[in-house]
Design a binder for this molecule. Structure first.
Ligand code: NIG
Ligand code: FE
Length: 426
């Protein structure tokens, strides 16, 4: 019998002081003195640096190609890239003035009712050209990746008519190395032209928009809250979306108790997001239905309000994801490190819980746990090298960017804190 053909790797990462694999049910799966080999963007081998020369995949020996990309972590901490499972990245205009007003005591709901808020962003976004939306999105994705995010979920929802929603989803898919998962959030808000006719707008979402955007977006989401949509209206969107083959998500219990968490359990959503006002009964229902809880501490910080009971989510055995909720109204922040710091301080998560929620938890909230959010053979080679020796620095050394290097699909995208060569991506 001839010897098995060696598997030739085109990527090698060496000398990680801590390599956080996120393997195992609740631990970080740390390899001290770690190394990792990949081929064609997929991980082939993870182990101790001293074993690189003896690496093998099943029965085949693993070799490193002469021209392989070599990343020397030089004693730093390495972990999977962050998976930001909840963002509203595509919009035009700014609401900095509203934030300033909120700092003076005006509430988000008051601003919304006075014609500010989401509808203001809708007007600016409808006016923006496809090129402008694509440019804005690309720049924001640059910011996400510089801060260590390798996969971004992007919701539409600032168009609220079919063509504008389609333009937003097209901009969300702009050429860029960051992985994207797209979500249709047509039921984000009742647009001005449907004032007092929310049910008719829901008809439009269900009968026109959802069928037309099938295949463009993978998920459908709905804002189930006071001032947005009721449980009945939200149920219609999610049920129709499911019939059409969309996976489902819901903005639930963000501003008030909305009944959204129970609806998520009833419909079998992949995730229920926000959950600031979720009760123990609702948490139990989410657990039974296998719904991932997505906590968005940046939103609570920015609204100056309460935080989701994420400690209870974990204690109840829910899978938890942390995300930024990047949007112009309630969380203008692309940085998952900020979400981690807030979750540790304000939601009483351990560092390990927060890091899992920011990586493998995010992947679960996108139905991608099989390929993203952890470092193991067969998974995507998406990782970050910190400017720190240990993961404990992440919440501790807050307010600065601790990401030194980013690799997506086995390709260095950020090196020494600086972006990649742009020509290669266009
Ligand atoms: O997640 N809740 C709905 N959507 C955003 C806010 C959008 C906005 O204010 O523009 C959120 O908080
Ligand atoms: Fe949101």
């Amino acid at each position: 019998m001839s010897d098995p053909k060696p598997l030739v790797c085109d990527f090698v990462l060496r000398h990680a002081r801590e390599l956080l694999t996120m393997n195992g049910d609740d631990a970080l799966g740390i390899v001290d003195g770690g190394a990792l080999l990949a081929r064609d963007g997929r991980i082939v081998w993870v182990g101790h640096d001293g074993d690189v020369g003896r690496a093998a995949d099943d029965d085949a020996p693993v070799q490193i190609a002469d021209d392989a990309i070599v990343v020397d972590a030089a004693g730093a901490c390495v972990l999977p890239g962050f998976v930001d499972a909840h963002t509203h990245t595509v919009f035009a205009g700014s609401r900095a003035d509203e934030y300033e007003e909120r700092l003076q005591g005006r509430s988000y709901e008051e601003i919304l009712a006075a014609g500010g808020g989401i509808n203001r962003t809708v007007a600016a976004t409808r006016d923006a050209s496809p090129q402008t939306l694509a440019d804005l999105t690309r720049r924001r994705l640059d910011a996400f990746v510089r801060h260590g995010t390798t996969t971004v979920e992007i919701k539409s929802g600032y168009g609220l008519d079919l063509e504008s929603e389609r333009r937003i989803l097209a901009a969300a898919a702009v050429a860029h190395p960051v992985r994207r998962v797209l979500t249709f959030l047509g039921a984000h808000f009742v647009p001005e032209e449907f004032d007092d006719r929310a049910d008719e707008f829901i008809d439009l979402v269900c009968e026109e928009m959802l069928p037309a955007l099938r295949g463009v977006a993978e998920f459908v989401d709905v804002f189930c809250d006071v001032g947005a949509f009721t449980v009945e209206q939200s149920r219609r969107v999610l049920v129709r979306g499911s019939e059409l083959g969309y996976a489902t998500k819901i903005h639930a219990d963000e501003l008030a108790r909305s009944g959204g968490a129970m609806l998520a359990a009833e419909v079998g959503c992949v995730s229920a997001d926000h959950l600031v006002h979720a009760t123990w009964e609702e948490i139990t229902a989410l657990k039974q239905a296998g719904v991932v809880a997505v906590a968005l501490p940046g939103t609570s910080f920015s609204l100056g309000g309460g935080y989701a009971p994420a400690r209870d989510f974990i204690d109840a055995g829910l899978t938890l994801a942390l995300a930024t909720d990047f949007n112009p109204g309630t969380s203008y922040c692309e940085n998952m490190q900020m979400a981690i710091a807030l979750a540790c301080q304000q939601m009483r998560l351990t560092v390990a819980e927060a890091l899992r929620a920011a990586t493998s938890g995010g992947a679960a909230a996108l139905g991608r746990a099989h390929e993203l959010g952890s470092l193991a053979p067969g998974k995507a080679c998406d990782l970050i090298v910190l400017a720190a020796e240990t993961h404990a620095e992440l919440p501790y050394h807050f307010g600065v960017n601790l990401v030194d290097g980013v690799v997506i699909g086995g390709r260095p995208i950020v090196v020494d804190g600086l972006p990649w060569r742009r020509e290669a991506d266009e």
